[in-house]
Design a binder for this molecule. Structure first.
Ligand code: BDR
Ligand code: CA
Length: 311
């Protein structure tokens, strides 16, 4: 199984992905690290603990970034994930407590205990990974791979015309993480917008996931309204689960290798830019930036089937 740390801001689609990370036999969830993003940091940590408890699992949860590295934090828009991050449904009490370490320290300790083995799967703003790199710059040679749900190359944004939410929420952290030079794949809106989890599929998931299934289905119902309004689709894009689909089923995606950049200022703030490898002058200007892989194509139906079958 793939040992992973799941860095998350749960979040309706984060919750679906956490359920997959808990359920899939090929994924070994070593811990979760939390960040502000869809919700504030205390709510994110609460939700991560709760989701693991609903699946009767004890997974370490380490709390991380409460705000972006540089820009001021704006409160998350509550019409997408709800005030509580899970569609405003009633939630049971959490029993467990967070790990005493910071998210960044948890990442550093866990990766160093198993050099070359651990994948970081990051599906929120990227402050925790940036902080971990600052604590231990040699992490770039010790992680197995970094899988980031975030960004958009050809698809346009979901917060501004050019920016995707996870990158927009902390563009300075994203710039460090996406250009650090570790083995990295970006799973952005170019592929996640091609995946639509429909209501019938969610009904199957609800039936298969017990108490956790009720939370997944209840929060999905709220999230669905947002997609209806924004993209005019009947269903939700399971953004964060796509990062796990890449981990387990990379053959469902097509990728291109090249250099990534992140705009941190002005109208383009939070935009991800991509210079594909081997395009003459385009690449020359960018060649100081390390190479990364970017997902540009996907078999969306197969990914959604994988999600539904897993759950
Ligand atoms: C990303 O932003 C968040 O709202 C979702 O959880 C996902 O990680 C999609 O842009
Ligand atoms: Ca997320």
């Amino acid at each position: 199984a793939h040992p992973i740390i799941f860095d998350t801001d749960p979040g309706v689609d984060d919750a679906q992905a956490i359920a997959i990370a808990l359920a899939h036999p090929d994924i070994d969830l070593l811990g979760m690290t939390t960040t502000f993003g869809n919700v504030n940091i205390t709510t994110a940590t609460h939700n991560a603990l709760l989701l693991a408890e609903l699946a009767d699992r004890q997974i370490p949860v380490a709390q991380g970034a409460a705000a972006p590295l540089v820009k001021p934090r704006h409160p998350a828009p509550t019409h997408i994930h709800g005030d509580n991050g899970l569609g405003n449904i009633a939630l049971p009490e959490v029993q467990g407590r967070a790990d005493p370490r910071s998210a960044a320290q948890f990442i550093v300790d866990t990766v160093n205990a198993r050099p070359g083995e651990v994948s970081l799967v990051a599906v929120g703003p990227l402050g925790n990974l940036a902080a971990a790199l600052q604590l231990d710059p040699a992490l770039i040679d010790k992680v197995k791979q970094v899988i980031v749900m975030g960004g958009s190359i050809r698809e346009g944004g979901n917060v501004t015309p050019v920016a995707e939410a996870n990158i927009f929420n902390d563009p300075h952290a994203a710039a460090r993480v996406l250009t650090a030079g570790w083995p990295l794949v970006m799973v952005g809106l170019d592929v996640t917008h091609r995946c639509v989890l429909g209501p019938d599929q969610m009904a199957r998931i609800e039936a298969g996931q017990g108490r956790l299934g009720q939370v997944l289905a209840g929060s999905y119902a709220f999230y669905r309204d947002f997609y209806q309004q924004m993209l005019d689709i009947d269903g939700c894009c399971p953004h964060d689960s796509c990062a796990l689909a890449w981990l387990v089923r990379p053959e469902l995606f097509t990728t291109q290798r090249g250099h990534l950049g992140v705009a941190t200022l002005g109208l383009a703030e939070g935009q991800t830019l991509f210079a594909p490898q081997g395009r003459g002058f385009i690449e020359e200007r960018w060649s100081r930036t390390p190479l990364a892989d970017v997902c540009l194509g996907v078999d969306g139906d197969a990914v959604v089937e994988w999600i539904t079958d897993t759950l």
